[in-house]
Design a binder for this molecule. Structure first.
Ligand SMILES: N[C@@H](CCOP(=O)(O)O)C(=O)O
Length: 488
């Protein structure tokens, strides 16, 4: 399988590249992204073949179906990282919380968020390729709280790899920040930025396409890649759990093979939702993908009105900070898939130059065939957390946004999977407040919630508070490149 570019080819990049090239050098022509030139068939035949398979077997089959140029031995080695999850036999439990409502818990990995699902195996593949080729890489990451910890965890101490991780200072929970600033390895640099997530991601994208930066890296014998979902190496692993969740419903006798379901995806950079879209396109019986947002509801407007409009919008800091994003990377891959490279380039250029674009009525209709969307305020989210905590199910504020989407957007009484993207422990102050506990710090909140509800705090979270802080750098946006170069 070859990978092609969302905004067309500029004649300087190769017209198509294998998977290994797309992940090692994710810079596509005109600032675009790499996408697979086609999708494998993962409809009923594939689903029935892997109905009884465990997660790793299913994952291996999917990666093979994409015909990626990674050998079987390396794929197996990468997938072994799921053995480090809470239950190696079932890294993604799918739990019923109402008669037809199931939560796919994607947070049972080492950093307690869904980013581990992709970044754990992705880190093994990318760093092994770098070593085999005798090449050294700088891996950049921009994070609103979950990608950062998972990137640092997967790449720490890996040979031939250096990582710089940008996070918005004050824009994450304390636990998320501690997960990053206490991660101690000589190949890691964590940089707080005075700005918001969009600023950090903008810097990452600029640097990815900057010749000056590349030249500086060449002098240091380094090549450049990224750990965010702009890298297709992330997305491929984010298709698997949608298929797994569907098969789990069949195994749990909730549906029969072939029955349609709804998927509800809390969304920021849209990688998780794109994984669901690709799964649907490849044949997974999904009626619609329901997109849940917080007050930064730009995706709601895009899907409901066909307007992607940054004008007059400011990023709002919410209790679900991983979704505090206005410039959502993977929307572009959906545009490409539906409308082709010329139109994608036109729309993305309009967004960057004029701050907005509008879809035509036909384009909007096509988008709405696959997606619907809504958003929740923090207050609505807290009420949901409280209601389900009373019934014995504890969820984090990102997961809570899915419940409104489920109630508001589900048109048919079909079984529904909502995705739980992070463990409550990463957002304990919000969860504590929701259940009536006032806590000043994440530590106090964790202990109080744990005592009140009898829930455990994983060691990886509780020990964060005793670890020394090793990354203290905070810079202005304009200083990011220089700070990275000083580290390198
Ligand atoms: N929500 C993310 C932002 C980056 O998203 P990615 O999927 O492109 O890595 C975060 O928590 O960091």
């Amino acid at each position: 399988m070859q990978f092609i570019e969302t905004r067309g080819n500029d004649g300087k990049n190769p017209a198509a590249v294998p998977f290994s090239e797309a992940i090692l050098n994710p810079r596509a022509s005109y600032g675009g992204l790499y996408v697979p030139e086609s999708l494998p068939d993962m409809s009923i035949g594939f689903l029935s073949e892997y109905l009884q398979s465990d997660y790793k077997t299913l994952a291996f089959a999917l990666l093979k179906a994409f015909e990626i140029d990674i050998d079987d031995e390396l794929l197996h080695k990468a997938l072994e990282r799921y053995d480090r999850f809470d239950d190696p036999n079932n890294p993604v439990p799918v739990v019923g919380i109402e008669e037809d409502l199931y939560v796919s818990e994607l947070y049972h990995g080492p950093t307690r968020a869904f980013k581990d699902m992709a970044l754990q195996p992705f880190g093994v593949i990318l760093s092994t390729l770098a070593k085999r080729r005798n090449e050294r890489y700088l891996i950049m990451a921009a994070t609103s709280g979950d990608t950062g910890p998972a990137t640092l965890e997967t790449f720490k101490n890996r040979e031939n790899i250096k990582v710089t991780c940008l996070y918005p200072e004050g824009g994450t929970s304390d636990v998320q920040r501690l997960q990053m600033v206490t991660e101690d390895a000589p190949n890691l640099k964590v940089i707080g930025v005075k700005g918001n997530f969009d600023d950090t991601q903008h810097a990452l994208k600029e640097l990815l396409s900057s010749e000056t930066f590349r030249e500086e890296l060449r002098k240091r014998d380094l090549k450049l890649s990224a750990a965010n979902s702009v890298n297709f190496g992330r997305i491929i692993f984010q298709i698997i759990y949608h298929i797994h969740s569907y098969l789990e419903l069949v195994r749990q006798n909730v549906i029969t093979l072939g029955e349609e379901i709804y998927l509800v995806v809390p969304s920021g950079n849209f990688g998780n939702a794109l994984g669901a879209y690709y799964a649907k396109k490849a044949g997974l019986p999904v009626r619609k993908i329901l997109i849940a947002s917080n007050a930064n509801n730009i995706l709601t407007d895009w899907i409901r009105k066909g307007e992607y409009d940054l004008r007059g919008r400011c990023l709002i800091q919410t209790e679900s900070p991983a979704m505090d994003i206005l410039i959502s990377s993977n929307v572009e891959r959906v545009l490409y898939d539906k409308f082709g490279p010329e139109r994608t380039r036109e729309l993305m250029e309009a967004l960057s130059k004029e701050g907005h674009y509008s879809l035509t009525p036909e384009e909007l209709k096509s988008l709405q065939e696959d997606f619907d969307a809504t958003f929740s305020s923090d207050e609505e989210g807290e009420k949901i957390i409280a209601r389900y905590a009373e019934r014995g199910y504890l969820m984090d504020p990102h997961t809570a946004t899915c419940l409104k989407a489920y109630r508001e957007l589900r048109r048919e009484p079909l079984a529904t999977v909502i995705y739980s993207t992070a463990e409550w422990t990463k957002f304990s102050r919000t969860v504590a407040r929701a259940i009536g506990i006032a806590a000043e710090t994440d530590k106090e909140a964790l202990d109080a919630v744990s005592r009140k509800l009898g829930v455990l705090i994983p060691k990886v979270i509780s020990e964060l508070f005793n670890k020394p802080i090793v990354h203290t750098t905070v810079v202005e946006k304009e200083e990011i490149m220089q700070e990275m170069l000083s580290f390198l």
